[in-house]
Write a protein that binds this ligand. Sequence first.
Ligand code: PRP
Ligand code: URA
Length: 208
Amino acid sequence: MANVFPSPHPLVAHKLTLLRSVNTEPKKFRELVREIAALMVYEATLDLTLQPRQIETPLAPLTGSECQDKVGLVPILRAGLGMVEGVWNLLPSAEVWHIGLYRDERTLKPVQYYNKLPIEPTVSVCLILDPMLATGGSAVATVDVLKRWGVRKIKFVGILGAPEGIALMEAHHPEVPIHLAAVDERLNERGYIVPGLGDAGDRQFGTG
Ligand code: PRP
Ligand code: URA
């Protein structure tokens, strides 16, 4: 698991436990997704490049720093939507490019239904946002889309991953770092992560 980064942070572990609980209602679930997403992106952006920026403090001139990378947030609809707001608070000038994918319930293969990327890439770094990396089909398909778009630096930022999804990403896109709150045991026969948290889209949107 060379390119997988499970969060070492106690706040993430605490919030993840609340998120997993079957007793957590959609309002609280959305709040936790937002908060965990921000903590995960804090960890995932440790290597953003900086450039010097000249400013004046009230007392003296100073050469400070500003982020050089143009960041694109790429939530995978629907469940990734709930991660955007928390991350956007940290990266207010990030562009948000939505990718619509759902898993066919029978084949578990991703079906794309939305992609409005312009022809030329407008960002230098893309953070894919999706709480769940299950079979990995959706993540692999999204990285395929972003590579075709021309983005060279891509990271996956999620909440829970299964070994099967991590293995698929490593087989197709080994250079893409995967940041997760935790790696769970396995998938069940319906492709759900166990112990997991259930259906991340349904639990956020109250549609389960
Ligand atoms: C969920 C999840 C991922 C995908 C993960 O979305 O948000 O996008 O499944 O599964 P995979 O790794 O096996 O591809 P879902 O298809 O349920 O759509 P939704 O977000 O619209 O509910
Ligand atoms: N999608 C979800 O929302 N949950 C899972 O456990 C797997 C895929």
